[in-house]
Design a protein around this ligand. Structure first.
Ligand code: NAP
Length: 342
């Protein structure tokens, strides 16, 4: 017999599927909402209902074909993504009704699972943190900064995308490590927030700055030791000539390029890596999976002590998932963008 939540268990599921591969910025035609029946559970299965969805830049990569570290979503296929969900019915002895889990269920209201890959969440900690500061974004900041760059006290760390989910945590970890932190973000409100709440020593708005190189020289008088790059493009062109000998560059993301159909040709400045005997390394957070446990303990400690502040940018309503994703690509969010489903 299965246990069922007091919450009504709908018989119809709503799902967003990929309708068309976008050229350039995705739009209203990119996703389509469909409905399908929810079947009965088999033994060992459970049914979850989404509470919060994570909306992330990597999702743009899933919309295109071509070489990548993960396969694309097929046309007509369910859009991928992580969510925090509540168990509403269970025939699996390891999961009880009302357990809250982290799951890669995609953009749908309900999902049936055999329990594989689900992580039960501690209800004593706000469950949304599992999608942000105590999830993939916090872990990306942690490993991309500490493992790739090994920042030392007194060093200057420049962070692009600094008011976003990953960037805002990077700046705060760099501050904990005693670094001089300089953030770059796309709005005066964002600049103000990362200085006031995230403790960045300096920051500027790349949308209004006229000369990135001169601004960086002003804000980084001792040069740049660490560059944590979420964005790429013209900002990186301004950073590279200012790196110090022995600098480390963590290539986390290149969001300024994600909607380009052809790679953007820019100044070719990689010789600066030779001049500065510097290291530039791309990384993928999932490669660190074996070390997630200890890293999450450290991040949880910083979060609980208030050393890392977490800001969430929550869009209401399952139906607004595509809109929330498009808005992320346009820089609407401050902190971690989520969609509240129920
Ligand atoms: N390597 C990994 O394992 C890994 C893991 C997680 C995330 N990432 C990468 O990390 C980066 C940040 O991800 P996130 O989840 O923290 O997202 P996020 O920074 O919270 O949101 C995306 C932000 O990117 C900025 N942006 C958008 N278009 C831009 C453009 N053309 N030029 C400059 N900035 C632009 C916007 O902020 P502004 O207003 O400041 O422009 C927007 O708010 C992304 O590049 C993502 O792909 C990598």
């Amino acid at each position: 017999m299965s246990a069922t939540s007091t919450l009504s268990r709908a018989s119809v599921n709503r799902q967003f599927v990929l309708a068309a591969r976008p050229t350039g910025m995705p739009d209203d035609e990119t996703f389509r909402l469909i409905e399908s029946p929810i079947r009965a559970l088999a033994d060992g299965e459970l049914l979850v209902r989404a509470m919060y969805f994570s909306v992330d830049p990597y999702m743009r990569g899933r919309l295109r074909t071509g070489r990548s570290y993960a396969p694309p979503v097929e046309i007509g296929g369910l859009m991928v993504g992580s969510a925090v969900a509540r168990v509403v019915e269970s025939k699996n002895p390891d999961f009880a009704v009302d357990d809250i889990v982290l799951t890669y269920m995609g953009w749908q209201e309900y999902a049936i699972s055999d329990g594989q890959g689900l992580r039960k969440l501690d209800p004593a900690i706000p469950v949304t943190t599992a999608l942000g500061v105590l999830g993939m974004t916090g872990l990306s900041a942690y490993f991309g900064l500490l493992d790739v760059c090994d920042p030392k006290p007194g060093e200057t760390v420049v962070v692009s995308g600094a008011a976003g989910a990953v960037g805002s945590v990077v700046g705060q970890i760099a501050k904990i490590k005693g670094c001089h932190t300089v953030g770059v973000a796309g709005g005066d409100d964002k600049v103000e927030w990362i200085k006031r709440e995230c403790g960045f020593d300096a920051a500027f708005n790349y949308k209004t700055a006229t000369d990135y190189a001169a601004t960086l020289r002003d804000l980084c008088p001792k040069g740049i030791d660490v560059y944590f790059d979420n964005v790429g493009g013209p900002l990186s062109d301004a950073v590279l000539p200012q790196i110090n000998v022995g600098a480390r560059i963590s290539m986390c993301g290149q969001i300024s390029q994600y909607n380009n159909s052809k790679p953007e040709m820019g100044p070719r400045l990689l010789s600066m890596l030779i001049v500065a005997r510097a290291k530039m390394q791309g990384f993928l957070v999932t490669d660190y999976a074996a070390r997630f446990g200890p890293a999450l303990s450290v991040l949880t400690g910083w979060y609980r002590s208030g050393q890392i502040k977490n800001r969430e940018d929550i869009v209401e309503g399952f139906a607004n998932l595509p809109k929330a994703f498009l808005g992320l690509l346009k820089g609407e969010n401050i902190g971690k963008r989520l969609v509240k489903a129920e």
